[in-house]
Every structure is written in structure tokens, then in C-alpha cells.
Design a protein around this ligand. Structure first.
Ligand SMILES: [Zn+2]
Length: 1015
């Protein structure tokens, strides 16, 4: 540190602490505090205030983890405060442990009628009292004993993250008192804060800095220690001229957006998020009441719904501010979801449910995708967001990259289909800014596009655990509106920033492909049970919508719109960026399992009742049949239909050979050694061998997984040095004979765990199925299942939403090196120009695909599935217990792998039924129908979502098999598209649609039913 700066810092620190801060309170008065400790779970205001409140002196210990204390505060504003100036506020310290916001005790203050007044946080601990001088008042304080699970990022395993009903008190009631403030002293504190900040960031040689330093010294000189209050005005008068010097013409321009990143669940359960929303939003409303400049951007329809259900009065006040354009619903998503893990339809539904909610509740539609904190971004997102009506995208998270600095802050982001969306990474590198001069100076220097553009967005306000903007931040913004040496600051709607930024940046740089986060690579595997439930729920919802739509159209059965919406909303909530990725406390996963069970029960009920209705309505006799919910024929059963299976004539055998076994059918021969490892896999149709010389597939590998930081989130590159092959089997035995299938059962024991696999080859199916069950009791270890593939290729294809992405298998660049763990949905496919192999799964997301020297020359590829992690933080019990995974090896081209991906995740469902014809028939080719459902508006229209799956141009014919009055192409919200593209039709007179598709193009079609009366 520079010596002159150091002496200034020392003098200012002492001056602020000893002179200014004591002067902030002009007068104080006592209040009476009584309390009622609530039982474990929160109770609403009406029930709490009926209880008996007992004495609660300052210093009383209270609050086992997650419990609640209700305090009643009775006071009277002294008569003498009339006309004395300042603000009359109740200062509440429920027992703060330090000044961290959102990770410890928090409180909400109500008036005696139950109206929410304001939240109480460590750095925002006052509420204006509902009384004038001479009047008495009563308020209630609901204090939540939320534990500090993070404990200063020590990542120490803790039991605090599970629901518990007893435990030592965490907090001691602090001072609660009435204060009358000195606003001049407060303004002086703000003046000093801004100017002091300038002295730290301006060049030492600058005359501007010298003048600011001189003014600060002169201001301190003007305040006599014996009578501080008398000197405040003079000090402010001295500082006013340096605060009045306007910004330079080329100053960076900041668009400040009030914000509070509230994680919908993380180190707290969702029931606490409900209360965090109330605290934060009431803070915002209270600040808006006194400061007309504040605008506040708030994402996540789910959080608005929580407030609507639990705090109707607060919600009404939010609605009024939304109507004024100051409380801004942004993002258009149900929650700030992860974007890598949700399936295509689910990611679309994040936008559909969120946007529909904002439209229905507020009549507004956000144009900005708002995902400051999600852990990397799928290359499918640009197309999905644009199809939902979004125009721009914001994240901050790529500033967390550990290897490569992301090169742009304002740019066009291009997805797999070529869709481009304008994107902004706020160069302030935080979504919790306080608008300090240090932050403002940093962002101006950090802004990559500063040669071509002049503006960036700053989300300011305490976040993660909530809190939001404060008076102090607003004061900092006001002083920086135009201030020499500082970027300029204006409050703005993010949509205004994006419009201005796009207009200004004439030829923005383009980033094509995914926004891979070079950190948090463990989130593709942590909490595998939740990930499996997500995958199953997505496919059950697909089935439920398909069969319910079919039953409604074919039999007139009512369509379960509300139940489906409820189920979707639970699935969407659990895709929040700390739930599905696996980074929340154990309580969150206990609740997620409950909710997924509910989704399974609801969807199974819809599927059964729909198929029952269809079975009964059929014209032919009910016979043993199969319902095929997938988009490809299986064993003669057409897509989206019910029919009889027509098995191909094929012979399948299992024979002992050397010390192993050979499984064989007409198309495949798979050889296993005596330890159940795959030594050969031959496609008998072309004779290709897929296991490289000397390699063995189906190899489980155990690794040490002890990240430096962020256990559940991270996977450090060093894990690769610790591979232990679990090559030894305790038993390998053929499965008992069964018609049309042969198999082996393999058992392995390691550590405290057990792994059991059943390998199956079916007659007439060109795929080898491996069902793996792991009874997992390891800690800080990771389990992968490895498949070396005798294919020389530069890249591996991984399924993502509505398509796939190619990622290099080499490590040429630092970007490739950093991408050592990746996400895939139902499959990874590696191929040379002639042959390929798909590794398909039913519940795995984490993969790595690499290349290795091949004995005999060339390279082979290795695809590994990441089955399990065992992090200790934040859930020390994460992933313990039994897990099941199905893996299917599919020799052949991409098309075969795509088909098998659907088949594995949407297996045939046995029914006794007459044949049921599909509602929709699509021509064969690379276009895939992902979704068949009824329209959300209750019109009875049939909605079909399809996409091109190979990355190739394609034509497709989609025909309705029901009385149809025509079809239109729509956006995701099922609204007809405009005529932006005159080269292709947007509407068809009959239910027979012919379309040409761009590579990976996503299309939504709406078929109007001719037999439905319209109101
Ligand atoms: Zn977050």
C-alpha cells in the first residue's frame, strides 16, 4: 500500500468509527420485548400472535437450528422527538453473528395487524415504526434461527443441513431499541464512503485524487471531537465541490439494476426461501417507498407464487410496483434453473411456465434471460430462449472460470442450430454488487468491449441468501451519477440496458457453442438419486401428456391440465441451480425425493387411466399389447400408438468360451472374460470389432474425489491420477434361460460397497444392455464406468436438449484441457467416417470422452460414464445407499443411437388393449417428435413439438390422425409465429404439414381440431 494512502486510510477509519458513526443516532428510547419460541416449523402471523409472549431480556440465548422466535415489541415514540428531525426507526438485533447477510439469523417485522413492514438483516437492521411522536406502537418480529452452514467456506461436514428438532441455541437476543437518526451525519458518512473509494482507485499522480484527498482532510479538520454534530454540515460543505465535479466524457456507463439473488433452495430448504422472499421483497418495497430511483429486477415465477400464497398483502403491493415498471419480473423462467441437466422439453417448460405466469399475473413479458449464477449454459439455450420470446441473455457465472478468462462481456451467443442471442456478462464479476467505487473502477477496466462500447449492467444488492439493495447502495449510486474519476451510474430496467448496448455495439463478437463453466464439474453427478428422478419424471410427464392427449381426442376423457401443471412445476422447481446439480443441504434432497414420488404417482395415474380409457374405447378386442410412447417404432409398434409386438425371428445364445462367456444374437457378438469385463464386441452385420486391442470394456473405476473447495460442486483435475480399476469380480454367472434374452450376472465388492451388474442381449435387438446396481457406501470417492471404443475420432457427440454437441476428445488447447468432465443427456456417440458406437444411459449425465494410443497404431476413444460421487459438503450423506443405472451399447450410426436413447428412456409399456392409432404421424427421417400434448389454453388443440436431430437439413411431413381444421407454427407459448421468414409457410389448411428444417431446428405446431366447439 502507498504510504500517503495508508495514512489517509488510518485517519478516515478512525474518524468514521469515532466521530461519524456515533453521530448517526441522535436519540434513543427503550422498548418492551416479549417473545414466544415457535415450534420447529414456521407458523403464520395470525396463529403466532395469539400465543402467550413471555419475558425475553437482551442476551437471552435462543434458537436451535431452523427454529423461529416471535418477538412482540411495544414502544412509544417520545413526545420530545416531535419536530426534532431525523428518521424514527426501530433497530433490531435478533442476535447477529457478524455482518454476513443471508447466511445466519434473519427477521421479518409485521405491524400489529399482520401487515409485513420490512426484513431485518445485519446490514439493514432498521424499520420505520408505525407511530408519530407521542404515540404508542406494537410490532412483531419473526426471527429465523437459520444456521451458517457454510461456516466461512470451510467446507466442514455438518449435520446442520438436515431437518432437526433440537440442538443448542445458536443466537443471543441483541439490542432492540427505538432510535432517532441524524440524517446529516448519515449523508456525511455516504460522502466519505464515495470519496474515500475514489482515493483508492484513482492514479496516485492524478490531480483529481490529490484534490479529493485534500478535501477529505479539510472535512475531518472541520469536525471538533467535542461537538461532532456541529461540524457535520461544515464537513459536507467542504466535500460538496469535489462531489460536484462531473464525470469525464469517456467515462464508462453503468446501468444499475437493483437485485437480490435468492437461491430457491441451497443451504436452506424451500420453506425458508419462502420467508427469504418476504424479507427481501418487503425491504425492496420499503426502499421504493422512499426512493423513487430504485428499480428492482426479480426472476423466478416460483418465488412470486410463494409470496402470492403466503403473503397476499405483500404480493398485492408487488403487483402495484410491477404495474409502475419498477419491480421488474425478469428471466421468464419458472426458476433460475440449471441449463445443462434439464431435458429439452423441461428446459422449454422452464420458459413456458415462467413466461405464462408473468403474463397471467402481471401482463408483462420479460425479454431478458436472467441466469446470473447457473453452472454453465447449454448450446441449446439460444434457440429455446428465442422461441420463448426472449431477446437477450445475462449471466455472471463465467467469471468463475478457473483456467481461461472468457473473452467477451457483450457478444452474440450462437447455439447449435445457429440461433444468436445478444449476451452480457456483467464485467463487475459479481451479482451482489454494493456499487462501491472499488467495484465500479474494476468493472470499467475489466470490460472487454471497452474499445467499441461504453456500457455495462451491474446487478446490485445483497444476494444468494437474499437481502437486496439498501439505502447505502442507493446513496452510492446517487453520488456516482456523474462524478469525475468514476463510471457514471443510472438506475435502469435491464431491457433498457440491452436495447442500448445492442444499438451501440455495431458488430459484436460471436461465441458459438456451449458456455462451459470451467468449475463445478462435479454437479453432473452429485446427488445421483435426484438426477435419476429428474430423468424419470421428464419421461413420465412425456408419457402422461401423450396418452392423456390421445385419450381426450379419441375418447373425450377430460384432459388433466391442472394436475399436469402441478407435476411440471415440481419438476421445474427441482431443476433449480442448486437442487438438481447436487449442491444443496440434505434437507433439500429429502424433500426433492418426496416431490418426485408425488410426480411419479400423479403421472402413473394419468398414464394408467388414459391407457385404460383408450383400451376400453378401441374397436377391436383387447389383447396383450404394448404402448409405445417414443417417437420411433419398437418391435413393430408404431410411435405414439398401442399395438401388438411383432418380434423378428432371431436366435440369441450364451456360451462358455475359454474362461469367459460369449453372448450372441443375429447382429451382435459380445465376449466377456471371467471377471465380467467386455473383451470383444462385434457387429456381425459388418464384422466391426469395437473393443480396442488389449482393452476391456464395462470396467468400473474408483477414484479419490476430494476437491480443494466446494465438495459437491467440484471435480478437480487431479482425480484422474487416482484411478483404481475394479476389475476383479466375486462372481460371474449366466442368467437363467428366458425367452428371447440371454445374460450374465456379475458381482464386485470394493471398500464398503457392492456392485452388481446384469448384462443382457435380446433377440432381434442390436444393443447390449448393462444394468448396474451399486450399494454405495464410500466417502470422497467417485465411480465411473469405462468403455474403450476402437474408433479414431477428433470429437465425441453428446446429446443435449433438442440435438447434440461435438466436443474434442483431444487436449490441444487450454480450453480443451479444462473441459475434462462434460454433460450428456441420453447418449454419447463416438464414430469415425464409417462406424460408430453409442453409449446410452437412463440416468447418467456426467461423462468424459478421451483418446488414447492404440496398440498397433492410431488412437482409440474411451467413453466413461460418471455414475457416483460421495461429497461430504454440504450434505455429508450425499449419495449413500443403493443406485441403479442402465447403460446400452449401440454399434452403428448416430440414428441408431438416437433411437436407442429414446427406447431406453421410454420403454414399451405392457397393456391389455385394442390397438390405438397415434394422434400424430411423422415421416421417417432425422426430424424427431419430442412432445405431443393438448394446448395450454384449454382449446383442445393438439400441440406437437419436433426438432431436427442429426444436425442436417431435413424435410418432414407431420399428419394429424383426427379431424383437423388446419395447423399453425407457433412459439413455445403456442402463439402463432409472425411472418419473419417469408420463405416458408406458417399455416396449413389441413392437418397435413410439410416442413423443411434447418439443422437442429426446433418447431412447435398447433393442430386445430375440427370436432371441438369453441367458445
Ligand atoms: Zn445461486
Amino acid at each position: 500500500m502507498r504510504a500517503p494512502q495508508q495514512s489517509l486510510d488510518q485517519r478516515l477509519a478512525r474518524f468514521v468509527r469515532d466521530r461519524v458513526e456515533p453521530a448517526l443516532v441522535a436519540d434513543r428510547a427503550g422498548v418492551r420485548v416479549t417473545a414466544w419460541p415457535a415450534p420447529f416449523e414456521p407458523v403464520p402471523f395470525d396463529r403466532a400472535v395469539e400465543r402467550t409472549f413471555g419475558p425475553m431480556p437482551e442476551g437471552t440465548a435462543w434458537g436451535s437450528a431452523w427454529s423461529t422466535l416471535w418477538m412482540r415489541v411495544d414502544g412509544r415514540v417520545p413526545d420530545a422527538w416531535a419536530g426534532a428531525g431525523g428518521r424514527v426507526e426501530l433497530r433490531v438485533d435478533p442476535g447477529f453473528a457478524g455482518d454476513g447477510v443471508g447466511f445466519q439469523v434473519e427477521a421479518l417485522v409485521y405491524d400489529d395487524s399482520g401487515r409485513v413492514l420490512k426484513g431485518i438483516e445485519p446490514r439493514n437492521d432498521r424499520v420505520r415504526v408505525p407511530a408519530a411522536p407521542g404515540e404508542s406502537f406494537t410490532v412483531f418480529v419473526e426471527a429465523a434461527a437459520n444456521p451458517d452452514v457454510l461456516d466461512g467456506e470451510s467446507f466442514t461436514p455438518t449435520e446442520l443441513g438436515r431437518r432437526q428438532h433440537a440442538g443448542d441455541p445458536l443466537y443471543r437476543r441483541g439490542r432492540i431499541e427505538l432510535v432517532r437518526t441524524d440524517e446529516d451525519a448519515w449523508e456525511l458518512a455516504r460522502d466519505i464512503e464515495t470519496l474515500w473509494g475514489l482515493t483508492r482507485v484513482l492514479p496516485e499522480a492524478s490531480s483529481r485524487r490529490a484534490r479529493v484527498v485534500a478535501a477529505l482532510h479539510a472535512a475531518m479538520d472541520a469536525v471538533d471531537p467535542g461537538d461532532v454534530r456541529a461540524g457535520v454540515a461544515e464537513a459536507r460543505r467542504i466535500l460538496a465541490p469535489v462531489l460536484a465535479v462531473p464525470a469525464e466524457g469517456s467515462a464508462h456507463r453503468v446501468y444499475a439494476v437493483g437485485h437480490a439473488h435468492i437461491d430457491s433452495a441451497w443451504l436452506w430448504p424451500t420453506r425458508e426461501t419462502v420467508r427469504k422472499c418476504a424479507r427481501t421483497f418487503s425491504n425492496v418495497l420499503a426502499l421504493m417507498d422512499e426512493d423513487p430511483d430504485l428499480v428492482f429486477a426479480c426472476s423466478s415465477a416460483q418465488q412470486y407464487l410463494w409470496v402470492k400464497e403466503h403473503y397476499p398483502d405483500l404480493y398485492q403491493r408487488i403487483r402495484e410496483r410491477v404495474a409502475e415498471g419498477r419491480f421488474l419480473p425478469v428471466g421468464g423462467m419458472w426458476v433460475e434453473s440449471d441449463t445443462n441437466l434439464p431435458g429439452g422439453e423441461a428446459l422449454a417448460r422452464q420458459f413456458i411456465e415462467g413466461t405464462r405466469f408473468f403474463l397471467e399475473e402481471f401482463g408483462v413479458e420479460s425479454s431478458v434471460v436472467w441466469l446470473p449464477d447457473s453452472f454453465g449454459f447449454t448450446a441449446a439455450l439460444p434457440q429455446i430462449a428465442l422461441a420463448a420470446g426472449a431477446e437477450s441473455f445475462l449471466t455472471q457465472k463465467l467469471s468463475w472460470n478457473e483456467t481461461n478468462a472468457f473473452p467477451h462481456h457483450s457478444f452474440l451467443w450462437e447455439g447449435i442450430d445457429g440461433s444468436r442471442i445478444f449476451a452480457h456478462l456483467p464485467p463487475v464479476d459479481t451479482y451482489n454488487s454494493q456499487l462501491s467505487q472499488d467495484e465500479l473502477a474494476y468493472l470499467a477496466g475489466n470490460f472487454s468491449q471497452k474499445g467499441e462500447a461504453t456500457a455495462s449492467l451491474v446487478p446490485f444488492g445483497f444476494g444468494d441468501g437474499g437481502g437486496g439493495p439498501t439505502r447505502e447502495m442507493m446513496a452510492a449510486a446517487r453520488r456516482a451519477a456523474s462524478l469525475e474519476g468514476s463510471p457514471t451510474v443510472r438506475h435502469a430496467d435491464p431491457a433498457v440496458f440491452f436495447a442500448d448496448a445492442q444499438a451501440e455495439l455495431v458488430s459484436p463478437p460471436v461465441w458459438a457453442g456451449e458456455l462451459y463453466l470451467e468449475s463445478h464439474r462435479g454437479v453432473y453427478a452429485s446427488q445421483a438419486r435426484t438426477k435419476r428422478a429428474n430423468r424419470r419424471s421428464e419421461h413420465l410427464l412425456h408419457e402422461a401428456e401423450l396418452w392423456a392427449a390421445t385419450a381426450t381426442v379419441r375418447t373425450g376423457a377430460p384432459y388433466p391440465t391442472e394436475r399436469l401443471r402441478e407435476a411440471w412445476r415440481l419438476v421445474l422447481l427441482n431443476q433449480f441451480h442448486d437442487i438438481l446439480p447436487g449442491s444443496s443441504i440434505g434437507w433439500v434432497y429429502d424433500q426433492a425425493e418426496e416431490e418426485y414420488r408425488q410426480v411419479a404417482a400423479w403421472t402413473q395415474e394419468i398414464i394408467s387411466s388414459s391407457l385404460d380409457a383408450l383400451a376400453a374405447a378401441g374397436t377391436g378386442p383387447a389383447v396383450p399389447a404394448m404402448a409405445n410412447a417414443g417417437p420411433f417404432p419398437i418391435a413393430g409398434v408404431a410411435p405414439f400408438s398401442v399395438g401388438e409386438v411383432h418380434a423378428e425371428a432371431d436366435e440369441v445364445t450364451c456360451e462358455r468360451a475359454d474362461d469367459g462367456w460369449v453372448l450372441q444374437n443375429g447382429s451382435l457378438r459380445a465376449c466377456f472374460d471371467g471377471h465380467g469385463l467386455l473383451t470383444s464386441l462385434v457387429d456381425r452385420r459388418g464384422g466391426e470389432e469395437y473393443v480396442p486391442p488389449g482393452q476391456r470394456g464395462n470396467l468400473p473405476q474408483l477414484f479419490v474425489d476430494a476437491p480443494r473447495r466446494f465438495d459437491a460442486w467440484d471435480l478437480d483435475a487431479e482425480y484422474r491420477h487416482t484411478a483404481r480399476d475394479l476389475a476383479e469380480a466375486t462372481s460371474v454367472a449366466p442368467l437363467p434361460a428366458a425367452p428371447g434374452e440371454v445374460g450374465l450376472e456379475i458381482e464386485r465388492v470394493f471398500g464398503d460397497s457392492r456392485l452388481r451388474q446384469v448384462v443382457r442381449l435380446h433377440a432381434g435387438r442390436s444393443a447390449l444392455q448393462i444394468d448396474t446396481e451399486v450399494d454405495w457406501h464410500e466417502r470422497q470417492r467417485m465411480l465411473k464406468l469405462a468403455f474403450p471404443v476402437d474408433v479414431h475420432t477428433a470429437s465425441a457427440r453428446s446429446e443435449i436438449q433438442f440435438g447434440h454437441i461435438d466436443r474434442p476428445t483431444h487436449e490441444n488447447t487450454s480450453w480443451d484441457q479444462a473441459r475434462f468432465e462434460t454433460v450428456a443427456h441420453r447418449w454419447v456417440h463416438v464414430a469415425d467416417a464409417a462406424v460408430g458406437l453409442g453409449v446410452v444411459n437412463d440416468a447418467v449425465y456426467g461423462h468424459d470422452a478421451t483418446r488414447h494410443a492404440r496398440p498397433g497404431g492410431g488412437t482409440y476413444s474411451r467413453v466413461r460414464q460418471t455414475l457416483l460421487k460421495a461429497p461430504l459438503f454440504p450434505d455429508p450423506e450425499a449419495d449413500q445407499g443403493v443406485h441403479r443405472f442402465t447403460t446400452v451399447l449401440v454399434p452403428g450410426d448416430l440414428a441408431e443411437t438416437i433411437r436407442e436413447g429414446y427406447r431406453t428412456n421410454l420403454p414399451l409399456r405392457p397393456v391389455t388393449s385394442a390397438p390405438v392409432a397415434p394422434l400424430i404421424r411423422a415421416s421417417e427421417g432425422s426430424a424427431v417428435v419430442e412432445t405431443v400434448k393438448l394446448a395450454d389454453d384449454g382449446s383442445g388443440d393438439v400441440v406437437v413439438r419436433l426438432y431436427e436431430s442429426h444436425g442436417a437439413r431435413a424435410t418432414v411431413r407431420v399428419a394429424a390422425d383426427f379431424p383437423c381444421a388446419g395447423a399453425v407454427a407457433t412459439d413455445l407459448l403456442e402463439r402463432p409465429l409472425g411472418d419473419a421468414d417469408p420463405t416458408r409457410p406458417r399455416a396449413w389448411d389441413a392437418g397435413d404439414v410439410r416442413l423443411s428444417l434447418r439443422p437442429f431446428e426446433l418447431v412447435t405446431l398447433r393442430f386445430r381440431r375440427a370436432d371441438v366447439a369453441r367458445g
